[in-house]
Design a protein around this ligand. Structure first.
Ligand code: ATP
Ligand code: MG
Length: 455
């Protein structure tokens, strides 16, 4: 009886809030410590408020502050237009064409300031599957809250009054550790299929449950990701892989059925049984680095993800009679040719990947001038880290990894001693072979040999 009554009152309240009345959560209840907000974000809010505007910290930062996680970046939402915002700050630029935002810079920090905007209202452009193509009208704060993805991402913190404004019960969902879509999940995924990836990433990052109604359409609608421009999927996958929780994200993606054939990158990770150990090790090392606040080199990460594809092709080409180094070169060309476009890997990362891979057989040459020549390689550090990862995955001898570590850190005498003590390379993997065997047969071997001639 009492439960019924409470439910009724709750429903009434939710309706009222849906009609645009938010809940105001005071400091005692939300517990956010103002000191945890950087001065830059405080300055932006205070300056705009003094000029008569509303300004709030919004999105992931409020969510993270409520949970006690250190936010990655701080965004501000305001009722001021970009043209009204810009003149208040010494270093500010308006960016974006469709929807303009202001970037306010303080030293190395950037605060992104966006004007409240409204969600799709039927008049906006959508593609044949309902995907929103533009999202560019100004709106009220209530509109702005409603167009955000999850309830926990639609919270506004006013650092002056220390109040959190909550239109969609986000504070409650944070307490319940639940990720819940605002509005009808299916429609919201259709509008923007990337939200499926965001759901998985944010839930994995926070260790939250995905609410059943938010979770259940994912497997069914996963195909829609195929309509999203590959560059956008790449950006989101990169966020996922460098979130510090990539292993948890990958496992969740698999559990939600968001892989096979949809996300080529995920197929790369999950559909190669022999490489899975290596890839998972690479991802867990990446997670450790991110959590320790260290830099992640995207080229290195992708070199890890595609290594077993290269390795497989390299072996095949050698089996067909191609020489070791030209075969690797040709295998790399093939894999990059196939994957760069599919995965939308940006060109600037490709050179790093190639260098890292091409260096691997060179580490095995431990006589003459070859090791010294390798020391001068610009990407030696990345190449060595990759070798060490192969060692950790039992794919390269531990002795080789240690030898290179010592060689890189030794003085000239030490290096001479190491060279004298280095074991002979495994048969067939030594210094350049003098005798050239002809490729046996078949077009693959011929093409590998062709690339040998050109390299
Ligand atoms: P992170 O901690 O990874 O930065 P975030 O939630 O802050 O997570 P951002 O990409 O920085 O993610 O987005 C900032 C805010 O913009 C989100 O909190 C959410 O309110 C809104 N948002 C981002 N992407 C979408 C989307 N695809 N649909 C609706 N709202 C979105
Ligand atoms: Mg963010």
């Amino acid at each position: 009886m009492i439960k019924r009554f409470v439910e009724k009152v709750q429903t009434l309240f939710t309706r009222r809030r849906r009609a645009g009345k938010p809940r105001q959560v005071l400091r005692d209840e939300h517990g956010i410590q103002r000191e945890r907000v950087p001065r830059s974000a405080l300055r932006v809010c205070e300056t705009l408020q003094k000029a008569g505007h509303h300004a709030y910290i919004v999105g992931g930062a409020v969510r993270d502050l409520l949970i006690g996680v250190t936010p990655k970046d701080f965004d501000v939402a305001t009722d001021a237009t970009p043209e009204q915002v810009k003149p208040h700050f010494r270093r500010a630029i308006i960016i974006g064409r469709r929807f303009r935002l202001v970037h306010v810079m303080f030293g190395s920090e950037t605060i992104e300031v966006s004007t409240f905007r409204a969600a799709a209202n039927g008049e906006q452009a959508v593609d044949a599957h309902g995907r929103m193509l533009a999202d560019n009208v100004f709106g009220t704060q209530a509109d702005d809250a409603a167009r955000r993805d999850f309830t926990i991402n639609a919270l506004y913190y006013d650092p002056t009054t220390e109040t959190v404004i909550d239109y969609h019960d986000g504070v409650k969902d944070i307490r319940r550790r639940r990720l819940r879509m605002i509005g009808d999940p299916q429609g919201r995924y259709r509008e923007d299929p990337v939200r499926m990836l965001r759901a998985v990433r944010i839930a994995a990052k926070l260790g939250f449950e995905i609410d059943e109604a938010t979770r259940s359409p994912i497997a069914r609608l996963a195909d829609l990701l195929g309509n999203v421009p590959p560059a956008r999927v790449f950006d989101e996958m990169l966020k996922l892989l460098t979130s510090g929780h990539s292993v948890a994200c990958i496992l969740r993606l698999r559990a939600e059925g968001l892989h096979h054939g949809l996300l080529p990158l995920l197929d790369v990770i999950l559909e190669q049984p022999e490489g899975e150990r290596f890839v998972m090790l690479a991802l867990s090392r990446t997670d450790e680095r991110v959590r320790a606040g260290k830099h992640i080199a995207v080229g290195f990460l992708f070199a890890c993800l595609l290594w077993h594809e290269v390795l497989k092709r390299w072996k095949e080409l050698q089996a067909a009679g191609a020489h070791r180094i030209p075969a690797l070169d040709a295998a790399i060309d093939e894999v990059l040719g196939r994957q760069t476009e599919k995965l939308a890997i940006q060109r600037r990362f490709v050179a790093d990947m190639r260098d890292i891979w091409m260096m691997q057989p060179r580490f095995e040459r431990r006589s003459g001038r070859a090791p010294h020549a390798l020391l001068a390689h610009l990407r030696l550090r990345a190449g060595y880290d990759f070798l060490a990862l192969r060692g950790a995955a039992d794919e390269a001898p531990a002795e080789l990894v240690t030898w290179w570590h010592d060689f890189m850190h030794a003085d000239e005498d030490g290096r001479a001693r190491l060279l004298a003590a280095a074991p002979a390379p495994p048969k067939g993997e030594g210094p350049r072979r003098r005798r050239r065997r002809r490729p046996k047969s078949g077009s693959e071997a011929a093409s590998a040999a062709g690339s040998a001639a050109s390299s």
